[in-house]
Write a protein that binds this ligand. Structure first.
Ligand code: ATP
Length: 355
């Protein structure tokens, strides 16, 4: 059965300002987000993530294009008529209301009967595991607990879609990891479509069903985390999602070669001319300098990281390559600066990118 689309943007454009001072925050963004999906907008600061979220929420009107919810054009609908809620980085809890009152606030404003509101509060308190703190005020809670209240408040009216704008960025690393798992659990239990904004690539890869990578107001690639990590469409995506080595070369007569002439084991179907090869550090291995089918390199540095060591090498043409080598139980990898070695790429590891 094909999945139904919850949110769709069609050629959405957003310009801020007027005349010569116009900023194009979004440029022809067309994306479809499935019902029940954990979908992440990922990109560097200023690429337009928040603007896209604000268009979906209705806080901003697109300069051109449409926003659809469940197939209906909602472009002109005000935020309060959209069954969409937002969780902000700042939580934005009401300081004078208790945890329970904060959670019930939205439903109360919608005029729901008291019994219905109370039932929803109970359910949400259990969902975010804050039953024992129902009567506390927000300032009596830790950052993580406040974030749970903000989530419970946004989920209480059972929106069709929950928008989350960098909701974890105010938390310290340990709590952030805990809340990442918590968010995944909440999404799975409620089945609500989550659209999550982050500039943290690891967060995007670990949490999402699919990720949209954005740059300068455009979506460059949409795909499952593995797809984006292993098959980035261009250099920007490859570089933004994890560490990547780049090598300049060319494809001619079905063969991939480095600029220096060595042949590379890359699948070159569909490519010709000058290209960039991309390879992840964990897909580079080091072998003896005189081993067959390897590139000659000199080690310029080794950096110990506990579970692995990053081995920086230089090829004959000056290109630097990093290999992430797993450490032996002794912690030694037996390589040192100045060693002449060979390096190999795992089968299928080299991606060919258009320049
Ligand atoms: P961040 O991760 O820093 O929050 P972002 O990817 O969410 O960034 P947006 O906040 O959507 O990016 O901003 C996209 C572009 O639009 C930026 O160049 C920003 O300066 C500009 N912009 C955003 N809001 C406004 C506004 N109200 N008026 C003018 N320009 C704006």
């Amino acid at each position: 059965m094909s999945k139904s689309i919850a949110v769709e943007t069609r050629a959405a454009r957003k310009d801020y300002g007027t005349g010569t001072h116009t900023v194009r925050a979004l440029d022809k963004v067309s994306v479809s987000i499935d019902q029940g999906e954990f979908f992440t907008l990922l990109g560097p600061s200023g690429c337009g993530k928040t603007t896209l979220l604000r268009l979906i929420a209705g806080f901003e009107t697109p300069t051109a294009g449409q926003i659809l919810l469940d197939g209906q054009d909602i472009t002109a609908d005000p935020p309060n008529l959209r069954p969409i809620n937002t969780v902000f980085q700042s939580y934005a809890l009401f300081p004078h209301l208790s945890v329970a009152e904060n959670i019930g606030f939205g439903l109360q404003m919608m005029g729901r009967p008291k019994a219905v509101v109370n039932q929803a509060i109970e359910k949400m308190l259990a969902l975010v595991q804050l039953e024992s703190l129902a009567s506390r005020k927000p300032q009596q809670l830790s950052g993580g607990q406040q974030q749970r209240v903000a989530l419970a408040r946004a989920l209480a009216p059972q929106p069709r879609v929950l928008l989350l704008d960098e909701p974890l960025s105010a938390l310290d690393l340990k709590l952030r990891k805990e809340m990442q798992r918590e968010l995944k659990r909440l999404q799975a239990e409620t089945g609500i479509t989550f659209i999550f904004v982050t500039h943290d690539q690891e967060e995007a890869l670990t949490m999402s069903d699919r990720v949209a990578v954005m740059q300068s107001g455009k979506i460059l690639q949409v795909g499952a985390p593995r797809q984006i990590y292993n098959h980035p469409v261009d250099r920007f995506v490859a570089d933004f999602i994890g560490e990547t080595n780049f090598l300049s070369g060319r494809v001619a007569a079905g063969r991939a070669t480095l600029s220096s002439g060595e042949v590379l084991p890359a699948d070159v179907a569909g490519h010709a001319g000058e290209v960039t090869f991309a390879v992840r550090p964990e897909q580079v291995s080091v072998c003896a300098a005189d081993a067959s089918d390897c590139l000659a390199a000199i080690i310029v540095d080794t950096v110990y990281f506990g579970t692995d060591t990053h081995c920086h090498m230089r090829l004959g043409d000056g290109t630097e390559i990093v290999a992430r080598l797993q450490n032996a139980p002794s912690g030694e990898i037996g390589l040192a600066r100045g060693d002449a070695v060979g390096l190999r790429f795992e089968p299928g590891a080299l991606q060919v990118l258009a320049q």
